[in-house]
Design a protein around this ligand. Structure first.
Ligand code: SAM
Length: 367
């Protein structure tokens, strides 16, 4: 699997799009807002009335969340500026990055509307925002040396640059799982270690001294990489796919050669790699969680008030995220069967146990 070619969220604004089904990720951005606001406010204060502020959002995808994080950052600077009674506002250079196959067209078609909204909210006196698209992998250099003040990334860094090597023994699974051999777990960790270290090296070159970076990933609390914390959602998809193999709808070989290129790190793993890189001070490192039921109960189209929506939102969110990757491996024809069965499996799991998505957020300062 060539990850950079097949990994993308469902584009557009339709029923199965990421734009329509990214409530979970929206909640996560809102939950981490105190940390991001705090980081950019300290940065702005330390810059002493700067003329420009350069902000990059890495793994921005397409939809309302693309503008949510960056517009909140601009608003936080504007509030800080007013509190400090500084009349001249900086200009904002905003860079929206994702892989080239991301739906950048949808982003830029709605740019004008978002720019107008930001302008209205900020009121007179705030500097202009200049938006740029940066279509490339964040596991490489994206910006000139010492050119960025702030990097934000939410729910993107758990995606690896490639499938780990040497995981052929992980038969019947599509990700790490309690039944994965230790060599498979190690291969996943090593790929994460390589990727996250490369990411930190690139960003340390691009950020100015004192620059800030707030990263949120899907992660886990447990130190065991195959614990349910980080793996359960994919274990349930593996159950659905195995059922389709049993029905003769999917070839076993196809299932065995499919692997999710993701790693859900613990805070301790993040800390070790940041310290090994050496270019950043950790300002804060936190874990939070969102129960599947809590987010499943938010209405998208459902009009019922049941506590448990039977996995409705959870499966729609997972479809928006994983469908392009599944289509490229298994073909489009099987998708309705896959997601129909996946919803049943998720609903069954949710009726028996409480499961949560774990988020790890780290706020860093460039030394
Ligand atoms: C779940 S979306 C998150 C989008 C948005 N930040 C949010 O919180 O809603 C993850 C995004 O990361 C992007 N991504 C994954 N790997 C990437 C890479 N190596 N370089 C750039 N973007 C990447 C994916 O294409 C996808 O759009």
């Amino acid at each position: 699997m060539k990850v950079a070619e097949v990994l993308r969220m469902n584009g557009g604004n339709g029923d199965t799009s990421y734009a329509t089904n990214s409530l979970l990720q929206r909640k996560v951005i809102l939950m981490t807002k105190p940390i991001t606001d705090g980081a950019i406010t300290s940065l702005y204060t330390s810059l002493n009335n700067p003329k420009t502020i350069s902000i990059a959002d890495l793994g921005c995808s397409s939809g309302p969340n693309t503008f949510l994080a960056v517009s909140d950052l601009v608003k936080a600077v504007n509030s800080a500026r007013k509190k400090l009674r500084q009349n001249s506002s900086p200009e904002f250079h905003i860079y929206l990055n994702d892989l080239p196959s991301n739906d950048f067209n949808t982003i830029f078609q709605s740019l004008h509307k978002h720019q107008e909204e930001i302008k209205m909210e900020l009121g007179d006196g705030s500097g202009p925002c200049f938006f740029n698209g940066v279509p490339a992998s964040f596991y490489g250099r994206l910006f000139p040396t010492n050119s960025l003040h702030f990097v934000h990334s939410s729910y993107s860094l758990h995606w690896l640059s490639q499938e780990p090597k040497g995981i052929e023994e992980n038969k019947g699974n599509i990700y790490m799982s309690a039944s994965s051999p230790p060599s498979v777990i190690q291969a996943y960790y090593h790929q994460f270690e390589r990727d996250f270290s490369t990411f930190l090296k690139c960003r340390s070159d691009e950020l100015v001294k004192g620059g800030r970076m707030v990263l949120t990933t899907l992660g886990r609390k447990s130190e065991d990489p195959s614990s349910k914390d980080g793996c359960h959602i994919w274990e349930l998809l593996a159950i659905a796919l195995n059922d389709l193999v049993a029905k003769g709808l999917v070839e076993e070989e196809k299932l065995n050669s499919f692997n999710i290129p993701m790693y859900t790190p613990s805070p301790a793993e993040i800390k070790v790699l940041v310290e090994k890189n050496g270019a950043f001070t950790i300002n804060c490192l936190e874990v939070s969680q969102i129960h599947w039921t809590e987010f499943d109960n938010d209405n998208i189209n459902n009009n019922n008030n049941e506590k448990n929506n039977g996995g409705y939102n959870v499966v729609r969110c997972m479809r928006a995220v994983a469908e392009p990757m599944l289509v490229s491996h298994f073909g489009e024809g099987i998708m309705e069967d896959v997601f129909h069965r996946y919803r049943e499996v998720i609903a069954d799991s949710m009726s028996k146990e409480k499961t949560q998505f774990i988020n790890v957020v780290v706020s860093l300062i460039r030394k």
